[in-house]
Design a protein around this ligand. Structure first.
Ligand code: S5P
Length: 478
């Protein structure tokens, strides 16, 4: 590979805005002073062609029968390689289609064929690994990956440890040297990025086959997650409460009168960590109702969780949360919010929370049939939460959307012996055990399973015992 060609390519990439300086949150939640956004090259065919050629030149000198790009930026690059080298290509989807063939990998292949994986940037190497893992499961041999930029956060070492040989065209140090040499950045910026690279040189990737990292939320006790949740007072209090009261049950008190709500709270109170309300369902809401709820919450030691699902721009949300008939910020320790509007929704809630110890739970995935909460949407919610750790306590989800021990995962759509409703709650509810062990729930949310039971207190006790036993089983799994 000619050095001049690489330098020119870096300068072109800088010119079209691929290299950005500022403050960025990476997919992993890491805050970075530099961001390398290679997606833009699809608008610059000549630069795309050069990037693909540099990658091809860097690849190990072994025969490859196929090439597969890691979605998304790896795809156009792999396409260019495929065309130039007359090498067939595969496409690995980010998620399986729910219609048609449901294939995760598109394109023709035979068992034993060798595939080269192409990626634009590696941080931990997790995305490369996911692609390799899928291809290997199909019977392909995948030993080599080529990467345009290695950010030097330990991704190459992680992949090498998993038997994947990674070659990169460029690393962050080299990228900075070229930009300094051509006066594209100041020595101060260069020093800042070098310092960042030097202090962030290790990452881990979770794999299905290797041991889970010790910090994985799934295997940790609620008590041992307290430090990770230290930035969010309600998450911290909830983890401590769940551990001491031995309950991870949240009852969804979806009843229509204050009398029913208060009676239910008093009955199930001894068994729950959270009482989830929809106060706008009440026909007779008054501030007196919440005063009495607060008394019951103290009597039985549970927290109040208003499931308002805020989803508007920050300034509207601030007024809905802080004021109006329900004045939710006054009394609810936690509220739900949708990630849809962007992080303005969190900022709006934070501004209305004032100095009170409050938090929010982002709805990352919904339990209803046809929900539009795709994998990408859930990932967006996690990123948003990672930049607002002082206010986001966790997520409503249907799967283990994160393994971060500082966030609490709550799963609704839980019932024992029951299948769906006719209004779109998923075709079948899951059991408390499946919610905790298979879907990764820390907290199960149960509505009608308790509220429609003949004896709600007894039902709550059953749900509590089943969910807590599943949690105990989970933390002892290796
Ligand atoms: O995805 C979701 C998110 C929530 S918060 N699906 C849900 O069902 N919920 C809430 O959980 C819903 O608003 C209701 O209060 C509760 C489930 O009630 P159930 O009667 O179906 O158990």
């Amino acid at each position: 590979m000619s050095e001049d060609r690489l330098e020119q390519c870096v300068l072109d990439l800088h010119r079209i805005g691929v290299v950005k300086f500022g403050s960025f949150t990476l997919k992993s939640g890491m805050q970075s002073p530099v961001y390398f956004d290679l997606r833009t090259i699809v608008s610059h065919p000549k630069i795309l062609e050069t990037v693909a050629e540099l990658l091809w030149a860097a690849r190990p000198d072994t025969r490859h029968d196929l090439v597969c790009g890691v979605a998304y930026t790896g795809l156009p690059i792999a396409t260019v390689m495929s065309l130039k080298q007359n090498l067939p290509m595969l496409i690995r989807r980010k998620e399986t289609k729910s219609y048609g063939t449901k294939k995760l990998v598109e394109g023709e292949y035979r068992e034993g064929q060798r595939c080269l994986v192409v990626e634009d940037v590696i941080v931990s190497g997790g995305s490369v690994y996911e692609t390799v893992e899928t291809l290997v499961q199909l019977g392909l041999e995948v030993k080599d990956a080529v990467v345009f930029l290695d950010r030097q956060h330990g991704g190459a070492a992680n992949l090498t440890a998993l038997g994947i040989n990674v070659v990169s065209v460029l690393d962050m140090t080299k990228l900075m040297s070229i930009l300094v040499k051509h006066d594209r950045i100041t020595p101060e910026t260069d020093a800042l990025v070098r310092e960042f690279v030097a202090t962030h040189n290790t990452t881990t990737i979770a794999t299905k086959t290797s041991d889970k990292p010790a910090s994985d939320q799934k295997h940790l006790t609620f008590e041992s997650r307290l430090a990770a949740a230290a930035a969010q007072p309600v998450a911290h209090a909830l983890l401590a409460l769940m551990a001491s009261k031995k309950t991870n049950l949240c009852v969804a008190a979806d009843v229509t009168t204050s009398r029913e709500l208060l009676s239910l709270a008093d009955q199930v109170g001894p068994h729950i960590c959270l009482l989830k309300t929809h106060v706008d369902i009440l026909e007779d809401f008054t501030p007196d109702t919440v005063d009495k709820l607060k008394t019951l919450a103290e009597k039985h030691n549970f927290l109040l969780f208003e499931d308002r699902k805020f989803g508007d721009i920050g300034s509207t949300v601030a007024r809905q949360y802080g004021g109006g008939l329900y004045a939710t910020a006054e009394w609810a320790h936690l509220v739900t919010a949708h990630g849809l509007p962007g992080d303005g929704v969190i900022k709006g809630l934070m501004s209305a929370a004032g100095g009170r110890l409050r938090g929010c739970i982002l709805v990352a995935q919904m339990s209803s049939e046809g929900a539009l909460t795709s994998q990408g949407y859930a990932e967006g919610c996690i990123r948003m939460a990672a930049s607002h750790r002082s206010f986001v306590a966790g997520f409503v989800s249907q799967s283990r959307v994160t393994s971060d021990p500082g966030f609490i995962l709550m799963t609704p759509g839980v019932q024992i012996n029951k299948t769906g409703d006719d209004l779109g709650q998923q075709a079948s509810y899951v059991s408390p055990r499946a919610a905790v062990l298979e879907r990764g729930a820390d907290v199960i949310i149960v509505g009608r399973g308790v509220t429609k039971a003949e004896d709600p207190a007894a039902a709550a006790q059953t749900y509590k015992e089943e969910a807590y036993a599943a949690y105990t089983e989970r933390i002892t799994q290796t």
